[in-house]
Ligand binder design. Structure first.
Ligand code: ZN
Length: 562
């Protein structure tokens, strides 16, 4: 059985861990082993392992690593032993290990540092690999090596494409390097485009396309065939179909990472987009880090999450992090006593204890959810409401007493109700089941190392961003035009989500179904209470706090409204 913590353990050890977990929590006693594991977080499983071995657990090691000590160690060897040295003094060496039942890490360290006593800490595999990753480098073939690749040659069949090892064959090594660089740099997508005289690839990171890297033109078809081969498709397929969608998996630092592949034929060849579904660096939690909602919004969200039946809808454009937030909500709602099902295309974030279903085509939607409803769910996450069928099924599920989380495409939270109407749902039905209408955006954050102080906006900026007079005298920050090495000269570093929420109370639900209140009036009524900020006001607060600037806001939020 797999504990989902990245290390392989035999059955006896797994049993002792499960017993330990049940010892802590009476609710888990007398339940099947699989259930216990599904209902426990990785941190809890780690705590049990630490307890069994009398080793302290250290969940976040990144900030405690002494860089010079780390750099003395070969990334390949650390990866093999799944350990990193943390720090040392004259007599002791402190190391983080992932698997206390495997002596390899201690053996390696004892050999390298024979005079030191080794003190072990237990850390998650994800943390250890993050640290190893920071000192590893996969280098690709040089430009002349790429130029000299034979175009007629066939690449080998690759069963398990490990993008962090070295390949003899230069094209394979080139793709490995391209993919590992993308994963290491937290890119969301890799694009490969053929133009008239050149082919290039580039990464999308934090929502922006980055610099282009050139690939020799003559590799066009061979590269294409290589990528199709990864998905088990013959190169002939590209002639038959204008668009090809597929998936493949690469392994990176002992992790499997899913890649969603989209290829469409273009005048000059093809355009490939590879979406990297790597969630290891983005396990969002409500109210923390990546989802830093203000306290009023968070409180309201938690309140609606507690309502047993009804729909919570998240709106926003593609790439606004809607599903990340819904998954964070799901994680909060995840209790052993609830049966949680998801229906997604594709499954982006696997949560322990939740049953995820992968939707292969939109035709599967209706039969899938019908069979869903018979399997006694308490909470349902539907990836997206896009047509009458999905809208009706979401409403039906809520009316029959389920909690439904879903997303829809529309700009403002208050437009969610109208969007459901456009899809053919009667107003009273959506008014009675909708518990919260939310809108979300991802805003780029200023690089803290190089942001530039400004005493207040200019009259021109005041007009452009539709700001009050007070902004003429409010000190704020904006991005540095030249940036710094910390942010790779972009001036920004990372993104955060801002959320607008419109709760639909019983009173408002009644007024909406009778038609005495329009969705827009509802939004105004919520604003008037002064507790829940609009997207724009949340954004302006971020500017006041020195976290972002007006340019970044303007790209994702309509600044003309309030
Ligand atoms: Zn910077």
């Amino acid at each position: 059985m797999n504990l989902n913590i990245g290390i392989d353990l035999n059955e006896t050890i797994v049993n002792s861990i499960v017993n330990k977990l049940a010892e802590y929590d009476p609710a888990l006693r007398d339940r099947p082993k699989e259930d216990v594991v599904r209902k426990c977080s990785a941190a809890r499983i780690l705590a049990a392992i630490g307890n069994l071995n009398s080793i302290p657990v250290f969940l976040k090691i990144r900030d405690f690593v002494e860089r010079p000590l780390l750099e003395q160690n070969d990334p390949g060897i650390m990866n093999r032993g799944m350990f990193v040295p943390l720090r040392r003094d004259d007599t002791q060496l402190f190391i983080a290990i992932a698997n206390p039942w495997d002596p390899i890490a201690e053996d390696i360290c004892a050999q390298k540092y024979p005079d030191l006593e080794i003190v072990k800490f237990l850390a998650p595999v994800s943390e250890i690999t993050k640290v190893i990753e920071s000192v590893s480098k996969v280098s690709g073939p040089t430009k002349s090596e790429l130029e000299s690749i034979e175009v007629d040659e066939e690449s080998d069949d690759i069963a398990d494409f490990n993008v962090t090892t070295t390949y003899e064959e230069p094209l394979t090594q080139f793709v490995a390097q391209m993919m590992s660089e993308a994963i290491k740099g937290h890119a969301s997508d890799v694009h490969i485009k053929c133009e008239k005289e050149r082919i290039h690839y580039s990464y999308r990171i934090d929502g922006d396309m980055r610099e282009k890297h050139e690939i020799p033109m003559k590799l066009r078809d061979r590269l294409d065939a290589f990528m199709l081969n990864l998905m088990g498709l013959a190169p002939e397929e590209r002639q038959k179909r204008p668009g090809i969608s597929g998936r493949f998996t690469v392994s990176y630092m002992r992790r499997s990472i899913d890649i969603r592949y989209e290829r469409h034929r273009t005048y000059r060849g093809y355009h490939v987009t590879m979406r990297i579904l790597d969630k290891s660096h983005f396990e969002a939690k409500l109210g923390m880090g990546s989802l830093a909602f203000d306290s009023g919004t968070l409180f309201e969200l938690e309140k609606v999450m507690a309502i047993p039946a009804g729909i919570i809808v998240m709106s926003g454009p593609t790439g606004s992090g809607k599903s990340t937030t819904l998954n964070a909500i799901l994680r909060e709602l995840n209790r052993p006593e609830d049966n949680i099902l998801t229906l997604e295309n594709p499954v982006e974030d696997e949560i322990q204890g939740v049953i995820h279903c992968d939707l292969k085509s939109s035709a599967e939607f209706k039969p899938m959810i019908t069979s869903f409803m018979r399997s006694d769910p308490d909470i349902i996450l539907m990836g997206e409401v896009r047509d009458f069928d999905s809208a009706e099924l979401a409403i039906e599920a809520a009316i029959t007493g389920h909690k439904v989380l879903t997303t829809i495409h529309c700009p403002r939270a208050s437009q969610i109700i109208e969007r459901f109407e456009q899809l053919g749902i009667e107003r009273w039905k959506i008014a009675q089941t909708l518990k919260a209408a939310c809108a979300q955006r991802l805003v780029k954050m200023l690089c803290p190392y190089c942001k530039v102080r400004r005493p207040g906006v200019t009259p021109h900026e005041q007009k452009k961003f539709n700001l009050g007079d007070e902004w003429l005298n409010i000190e704020f920050f904006e991005k540095s035009p030249e940036g710094c090495p910390e942010c790779q000269h972009r001036g920004y570093s990372g993104r955060t989500a801002i959320l607008e929420i419109i709760p639909v109370t019983a009173e408002w639900s009644d007024a909406l179904s009778k038609g005495t209140l329009s969705p827009y009036e509802l939004e105004l009524a919520v604003r008037k209470q002064g507790v829940l900020p609009s997207l724009k006001n949340s954004g302006l607060k971020m500017v006041r706090d020195g976290k972002t600037d007006f340019e970044a806001l303007r790209k994702v939020i309509d600044m003309s409204t309030d």
